[in-house]
Design a protein around this ligand. Structure first.
Ligand code: PEP
Ligand code: MG
Length: 324
């Protein structure tokens, strides 16, 4: 199996009936190893910028951040690199910016922190923009969006950063901006969100955690945490239909996209791209190359009828076990 997978890595991510399913990679730290994948992927679907912040001893300055971001953008250019603004809080703490809360996953997290500290977000946005000068492959993703006015506030800061840089002699076009669909409230505000940004990226990890009210990291309830829960799949299917109606490019960057069965379901639902950790690429590509789009759609229809996560998992395993 390992040999087959390796052999297929340079082949297109395309179903037997010719449907292309772009695969992207999630990054966080050293770019070198992942950059070797460039010929096999469609870009970076999620660069978690908090990772370099977590190993630093203080907030990295604008120059330092710009260097890191330039490295990412250059390594993958001309492919798109989706950089997410700092997503700290929840389980991700910075040693030099501790947050103590009773319910961190429901608290000060992601965009909530950075909008309360616009000076932090401005440095990051300026660094991203400066890093993109002459490359044009930067896309910016906003995490933990709950309300549309958070998007408006972030866009105002982005526009201010663009004006500042223009005044400093760096004239740039506004990069594409996306919103993470990971707080369930966004599922009911898709039209208003779509009117404000250019793309959506589904964070199935947090969407699962918040839809099921199950802490994604708590071993006591780990059995309950499953992105293949019928409610999560129903939400994703409905989301895929609605974004298609809105004409909104939408990818999935949570763990479900890196699970072969999950990837087939997401393809069948109609998502535009899948972004995953590098080690998941071979098996997802192999699964896509063996299952027609029609079969994936049938799989979705059948799976949506099943009453439990266990039934969904067994159904996927029965059909695609060898690639799981
Ligand atoms: C997600 O929530 O699915 C996601 C991709 O973001 P993170 O895992 O970094 O919260
Ligand atoms: Mg998330």
């Amino acid at each position: 199996l390992a040999e087959v997978l390796e052999h297929e890595q340079h082949l297109p991510s395309k179903t037997p009936d010719g449907h292309a399913m772009p695969l992207m990679v999630n990054t966080g730290l050293a770019v070198d190893a992942v950059a070797l994948l460039k010929p096999r992927i469609s870009g970076v679907g999620l660069y978690r910028t908090e990772v370099p912040f977590m190993i630093a001893e203080r907030f990295p300055g604008e120059q330092e951040q710009a260097r890191l971001y330039r490295d990412q953008l250059e390594s993958f250019a001309p492919l798109p690199v989706v950089m997410r603004t700092l997503d700290i809080g929840g389980d991700k703490d910075l040693p030099y910016f501790p947050i103590h809360e009773a319910n961190p996953f429901l608290g000060w997290r992601g965009i909530r922190v950075t909008l309360d500290h616009p000076e932090v977000l401005m440095v990051q946005l300026r660094a991203m923009l400066r890093a993109s000068d002459g490359l044009g492959n930067l896309q910016i993703l906003l995490p933990m969006i709950t309300n549309v006015d958070e998007v408006d506030a972030a866009l105002r800061l982005l526009d201010r950063a663009l004006v500042e840089l223009a005044e400093e002699g760096i004239a740039l076009e506004r990069p594409l901006v996306g919103v993470m669909i990971e707080v369930p409230a966004t599922l009911y505000q898709l039209e208003a969100l779509a009117a404000r940004v250019d793309f959506f990226s589904v964070g199935s990890n947090d969407l699962t955690q918040y839809l099921l009210a199950v802490d994604r990291n708590n071993p006591r309830v780990a059995d309950l945490y499953d992105a293949c829960h019928p409610a999560v799949l129903a939400a994703l299917a409905r989301l895929a239909d609605e974004v298609a109606r809105l004409g909104m490019p939408t990818s999935v960057c949570g763990e479900l996209a890196g699970d072969p069965g999950g990837a087939l379901l997401l393809m069948g639902m109609g998502f535009d791209a899948l972004s995953m950790n590098a080690p998941s690429l071979p098996r997802v590509r192999a699964a896509i190359r063996r299952v027609s789009l029609d079969a994936a759609r049938t799989l979705v229809d059948d799976t949506l009828q099943l009453p439990t996560p266990t039934a969904v998992r067994s159904h996927l395993a029965a059909r695609f076990g060898e690639w799981q």
